[in-house]
Design a binder for this molecule. Structure first.
Ligand SMILES: Cc1cc2nc3c(=O)[nH]c(=O)nc-3n(C[C@H](O)[C@H](O)[C@H](O)COP(=O)(O)OP(=O)(O)OC[C@H]3O[C@@H](n4cnc5c(N)ncnc54)[C@H](O)[C@@H]3O)c2cc1C
Length: 320
């Protein structure tokens, strides 16, 4: 059993930003616990053959001064670039969105392949964070960044009611390799004039992150909900038909993969960047569905995750 000042559950952008903020404020005795084999969460990139495809967030927009300042640094470092859009630019990672997450998490202690199964708040002692494999670690504070419905399962019975109002839509994404060009126009992102049920299509070669033509097709939340009970093969076949509509003459689809996101974009959010719970508020829930009161966009996105993580990290650092 190890003891930490702060354990952060989830190594997506919220968790990474909470950790970076704690470290910047002198709190170094921290650990991110992440169930997957890599950090990033919904900042997800898959290698397909020689190429790559983003299949979570494709880009981010910047409204807040905090992200403005950081994204200027990331631009300078060559980690991100302006992809398209005026007057509000869409920024994207130069090596795929997951690479940005990895870059930001570089100096943070992370325990991968470790799913937290419960957080026990015994009041008299520190918090106990139990993993699925039975391992237990203790912490004085816990920041929970898993999407709210998953976070609530870790703390049966003690979550404040507003958090249980948060709900997410699913999103099914097909990723395809082409042996020739796609007809998706430069710079490789289309989200208008698409067939019913299709949210957007992206050509990652034109986006500049893949040496081969890989195309991601994102289906809408409504379409994805309707297909939840369907076999994966038939879901993928239906999405492939959309992709085939973007083949240039003479090109073929040479490979197809499916990603089913259960939690994509929140359908209901809360207007507070974090919620404190447990004894003396030492468990802090945050994540992309926890929006600042003055959030203009009003929806879950890269920036809402970033800001929520920063706010939670600042709060916990200030308590010590
Ligand atoms: C398909 C899709 C497209 C999107 N497109 C865009 C876009 O173009 N622009 C944009 O701005 N935003 C977009 N988003 C939203 C953006 O990706 C998210 O808002 C943001 O990445 C969320 O970050 P987060 O850290 O709050 O959550 P997540 O990234 O979900 O991180 C939570 C982490 O917690 C881990 N976890 C969960 N439970 C446990 C547990 N019990 N134990 C340990 N670890 C656990 C998960 O594995 C995950 O890594 C998109 C999202 C999706 C899914």
């Amino acid at each position: 059993m190890e003891t930490y000042e702060v354990i952060i559950i989830g190594g997506g952008l919220s968790g990474i930003m909470a950790a970076r903020t704690l470290m910047e404020n002198g709190v170094k005795d921290i650990l991110i616990v992440e169930k997957s084999k890599s950090v990033g969460g919904r900042l997800a990139t898959r290698r397909i053959g020689e190429g790559k495809a983003d299949h979570g967030a494709q880009f981010f927009t910047v409204r807040s001064p905090e992200l403005q300042e950081d994204s200027a640094r990331w631009l300078e470092a060559g980690w991100v670039k302006r992809w398209f859009g005026t007057p509000y630019p869409r920024y994207t990672s130069t090596a795929g969105m997951n690479a940005l997450a990895k870059q930001l998490a570089k100096s943070i202690p992370v325990k991968l392949n470790s799913r937290v199964s419960s957080i026990l708040d015994g009041r008299d002692g520190p918090l106990e964070v139990e993993l699925e494999n039975g391992e237990r670690n203790t912490a004085n504070h816990c920041i929970v960044t898993a999407p709210a419905p998953q976070a609530l399962q870790l703390m049966a019975g003690i979550a404040p009611p507003e958090v249980s109002t948060i709900s997410f839509a699913p999103c099914f994404v097909g990723m395809f390799t082409f042996d020739g060009s796609s007809s998706i126009p430069s710079p490789g992102h289309v989200d208008e004039g698409l067939p019913d049920g299709v949210e957007r299509v992206v050509d990652h070669e034109k986006k500049g992150i893949s040496s081969t033509v890989t195309v991601s097709v994102y289906m809408t939340g409504d379409w994805s909900k309707q297909q939840v009970e369907m076999e994966e093969d038939s879901i993928l076949a239906a999405i492939q038909k959309v992709a085939e509509g973007f083949l240039e003459k003479g090109s073929r689809v040479t490979g197809a993969q499916l990603k089913k996101w259960k939690y994509s974009e929140a359908e209901a959010v809360v207007r507070t960047p974090f919620v404190e719970m447990g004894h003396e508020g030492r468990i802090v829930l945050c994540g992309d569905a926890f929006l600042r009161e003055n959030d203009e966009a009003g929806r879950t996105r890269f920036e809402s995750a970033y800001l929520s993580g920063v706010s939670a990290g600042t709060r916990v650092a200030g308590k010590r």
